[in-house]
Every structure is written in structure tokens, then in C-alpha cells.
Design a binder for this molecule. Sequence first.
Ligand code: ATP
Length: 192
Amino acid sequence: MAERIALFGGSFDPVHIGHLFVAEEVRIRLGYDRVIFVPAAQPPHKNGPPVGSSSDRLAMLELAVAQENFSIGRWELDRGGVSYTVDTLRRVISDGLADGRPGLIIGDDLVANFSLWREPEAVLRLADVIVVRRENAPLPDLLRDAHTVDNSPLPVSSSQIRERVQTGSAFRYLVPELVYRYIVDHRLYLGS
Ligand code: ATP
């Protein structure tokens, strides 16, 4: 059955409470039936590939995404290679998963480079782009019609967590408990 869905793409390397909290805020404030977390195989705009393997990042998402109106879209991992949002949107729409236009959640740390995404105009045509606050970055002209959400961002990032793991600093409560356990048990993020 088609639902009002919002997609939330990322590396999720690892997924953390900042991701989960903002997804829940958007779902409730904008009245979506479901937020679908979409892990990228290879994000185009990061410096280098993810540190965690696709299977570890997916396993941690599966442990984190435990509520009934959150789910995981594996399209980008299944496609492999560099992950382009426009391809994922076309797939979601052609599969008839969305009731109306899907939402697309992006943090404002990504807006400055939005024009460099593959087919940014098509992304804007296919989805309702929802910009959530993270750094208070100004919106470029291309995104003038995007929805903005006046959320309270949690000051957490995956890179900060990876660094904390590596340096033996506290990170336990920045991720769901099962994700913490997974990172410890699989000795993730310890290498330099
Ligand atoms: P890294 O530190 O490795 O760059 P990240 O914490 O930004 O990772 P991603 O998986 O790259 O995590 O982010 C996926 C999406 O989630 C992006 O749109 C990003 O802006 C958003 N996001 C990440 N952390 C937060 C947060 N604390 N609050 C709001 N949005 C966030």
C-alpha cells in the first residue's frame, strides 16, 4: 500500500541519535506515515568511501531502526557503486511506494553542494526536499522552495563517533544501545 513517505539518505557510518531524532521530528511535524533510511553504497560527496563496510552499516541500521514507522531502503546498497539520489527517487516512484511526492530529508550541511548533485533539478521535481537544521547554513537559491524544519539538532556526527571510538573516548549514549554493542563486539572504527 502506498504511504506518505520521506526518504533519509546517508552513510550511517554509524547511525546515531542525531539521525533518529531528526527523522522522528520530521515524521511527526510533517505528518509522514514512514521515514525510510537509505544507506548509500558510496556517497558521491564525501572524502573517500565509508569506513564501515556496507554490511556493518546496514546491520547497525537494522538494530537502530526498530520503530514501526521507520524502515530501511536497500536500493543503493543493492545497486552498488556511487549512489545518486535521483536514481533512488525514480526507483521509489516507479515501484509505486509513495502516496504523492516522496519527501527527501537533508541536513543543511549538504545544501551548499546541492547544485553538484546528479540532476538537482530532477531531484526537486520528483521529491519534496526537506532541509533540517544542523549548522544553520543558508539556503542557496536553487533550494528556495524547499521545506525547512525548525528542529533542534543534536550536536552528534558519525565522524565524531568514529574518532571517539578510536581514541577510547565515551560514545555509548550517542548511538542506540544495540549499535554501541555492535561497534564494540565487531571492533569497528579502531583502526587508523
Ligand atoms: P559524517 O560525520 O561522517 O559526515 P554524518 O553524521 O553527517 O556523518 P551522514 O550519514 O553522512 O552522517 O548523514 C546523513 C544525513 O543526516 C545528512 O543529511 C546529514 O545532514 C543528516 N544528519 C546527520 N547528523 C545529523 C544531526 N545531528 N542532526 C540533523 N541532521 C543530521
